[in-house]
Design a protein around this ligand. Structure first.
Ligand code: ZN
Length: 310
């Protein structure tokens, strides 16, 4: 009988980090400048480690290398997804990611990145940058060259529970006062468009203007990918995105629900509440993987889950 696999996050301290992950989830963060928790990661720059069970102490990367049966024998050199929690105590730089084709050609066979964000909590007046207002490539180049960022960047107010799908080529930035869950292709390829003119150790951080101009989708096409909320007895579900790289569904469980794990693997992020998944106790801040062939997961309790599969 296969088991649910729980992870311990890899934490990253950064200039823009905070301590909300301790406040909200009780994580044993390394400092009050913790900006990132890589909660389900096989990325060589920061691996999640299995907590308890048969594989206790192994990294997700080791599971991928040594126990491919847990992933239904999937092909691929690298585990395809990466899940993080981000706590932004300051504005992050404005970025864009290439698609797979551009990354392969220009980043030594690298991978592109499509990602999505679920707002876990935010300040009352918090906002976010998704997309831009340039009508065509000429206007994009011009507004960038003239540094007219307020005219160029598409800024939106945000609220807890908002979801944003960010396909490769979409300009995006997290802003101060935001705690979010990020689900993405497992890739590090990022082009920085603008960093508010800030200095780090006395110098501006490197920008990638040429690459950004190459890959930014123009004009920006907004997409609301979320489907309707479907209420069932004991729970409700909503498909937030059903895309080429991942499908993400939100489950709000009041009493109980059954989840079918019929994919190569399924990732489950527990956003709030507490309860059980089969015989495992779960609470807000838990992140786990249900392996291939697991079958039905019986959830009980009051739980908000984000469920991701390929
Ligand atoms: Zn990004």
């Amino acid at each position: 009988m296969s088991e649910l696999i729980f992870f311990r996050p890899f934490f990253k301290q950064v200039l823009w980090g905070g301590h909300k992950m301790r406040d909200f989830y009780g994580y044993d963060i390394p400092g009050d400048d913790t900006g990132e928790a890589w909660v389900i990661s096989a990325n060589p720059h920061g691996q999640s480690i299995v907590r308890g069970g048969t594989y206790d102490g192994k990294s997700l990367g080791e599971l991928w290398e040594q126990h491919r049966e847990l992933f239904g024998g999937m092909e691929g050199a690298e585990f395809p997804l990466l899940v993080k929690v981000l706590d932004a105590n300051d504005h992050l730089s404005i970025q864009v990611h290439p698609d797979d084709d551009y990354a392969f050609l220009h980043e030594q066979g690298g991978r592109g990145k499509t990602e999505c964000w679920y707002i876990l909590d935010c300040d009352q007046d918090a906002d976010i940058i998704i997309g831009h207002h340039a009508k065509n490539r000429e206007e994009l180049e011009q507004l960038t060259a003239e540094g007219r960022w307020d005219d160029l960047l598409r800024k939106l107010p945000i609220h807890k529970g908002d979801f944003f799908y960010i396909p490769s080529g979409t300009v995006h930035a997290i802003r101060r006062g935001t705690l979010l869950l990020e689900i993405q292709q497992n890739s590090d390829t990022t082009y920085r468009l603008y960093d508010y003119g800030r200095l780090q150790d006395g110098r501006p951080r490197q920008l990638h203007l040429r690459q950004s101009m190459d890959v930014i989708t123009c004009p920006y096409i907004g997409q609301n990918t979320a489907g309707p909320v479907t209420a069932r007895r004991g729970y409700e579900i909503c498909t937030l995105v059903d895309g080429p790289y991942f499908t993400v569904t939100r489950w709000k469980i009041e009493t109980e629900a059954s989840l079918e794990q019929s994919y190569p693997f399924m990732l489950i992020d527990v956003l709030s509440g507490k309860g059980t998944l089969d015989n495992a106790a779960v609470k807000a801040g838990d992140h786990l993987l249900a392996p291939a062939g697991y079958g039905t997961i019986h959830a009980q309790g009051t739980l908000e889950l984000i469920v991701t599969h390929l």
